[in-house]
Design a protein around this ligand. Sequence first.
Ligand SMILES: Nc1ncnc2c1ncn2[C@@H]1O[C@H](COP(=O)(O)OP(=O)(O)O)[C@@H](O)[C@H]1O
Ligand SMILES: [Mg+2]
Length: 372
Amino acid sequence: MAKIELKGITKIYDGNVLAVERSNVTIEDREFCVFVGPSGCGKSTTLRMIAGLEDITGGQLLIDGEVMNDVPPRDRNIAMVFQDYALYPHMTVYDNMAYGLKIRKIDKEEIDRRVREASKILDLDTYLDRKPKALSGGQRQRVAVGRAIVRSPKVFLFDEPLSNLDAKLRVQMRAEISALHSRLQATMIYVTHDQIEAMTMGTKIVVMSEKRIQQIGAPLYLYNHPINKFVAGFIGTPPMNFFKVKIEANGDKVVANEGTFKLVPTENQQKHLKAYVGKEVWFGIRPEDLIYQDAPAAENNISVKVTNKEPLGAETHVFVQIQNTKVVAKCHPSVNPKLGDTVNFVPRIDKCKFFDFDTEINICEPEIEKTW
Ligand SMILES: Nc1ncnc2c1ncn2[C@@H]1O[C@H](COP(=O)(O)OP(=O)(O)O)[C@@H](O)[C@H]1O
Ligand SMILES: [Mg+2]
């Protein structure tokens, strides 16, 4: 059992560097939880506080209901895997995995049993006599994971463990770590700046920015219901497009006026946008929700010039300019306009988001549950 609760956790380094501000999140027993956010947002600090490698400035850390703030790292039963996993170069794979257990004075037979079991799980059993320099990058990363597994911890913490690997290997290791989670049935917290890693691995994603948790949720929930412009732009690839629109009254309805085109929000969006008549808001649309038209549509048509295109085989990304922003649409590969051509799109308006210009809050979905 290992349920982890962060209650108002704050970290201030050296008395004045705020690194994490009042984090509230519960990670259930056996959950795979991913913390994701740009560099410097406080992910590693959060993980290091959970591991006990960093003092907690404010708030409480609970594991299975017990306050852990002052419990030393070795008594927390947590293992951490870092990006820079630094294996001992002069030791074999076997000794690298066994080392942590030896210094804990675990008996030899037990160490042997655990190292052999972990190496089987990780497909390293035929490499036990090798030194790290005779391994591939992926194998070295597996040894680092092996060092954590042999300790049979209640909780695994991963801090960007795949950042040093090439793209193909990252995809493979991503699947291996997910499989490991199902196999070990342990609580895992995984930190990454890569939203694709977060989306593909996590059952719960914690999105951080600027030292604070922005939103917590399942991958597709965050994709469909981002609480603010930051989350909307961070989750999804290519990212959501944003441009400004002015909300204007039109009888008892409102329209979103971009200047060169007008969009009619859905009934539900209308309800929330009425309060914004006369104001500018951010309009957000994902590349996959901007639908290419063979001919201009009667309503909600966006007519724009093509500035660039990227044929990727399975789809083509068509770039246009709206205001000062490059806007991208994911199109069928048969869509093949020339640069400078005028093309037409209709947005899937029910998927579009409107964000308050100042607070950047998602205006039309106030029901998004805030649990942090
Ligand atoms: N040991 C430290 N001393 C002072 N400031 C630190 C220290 N470690 C991290 N920070 C600062 O805390 C903030 C969060 O850092 P970190 O948790 O490493 O972010 P992330 O892992 O998301 O990239 C950053 O502004 C960083 O400069
Ligand atoms: Mg970090």
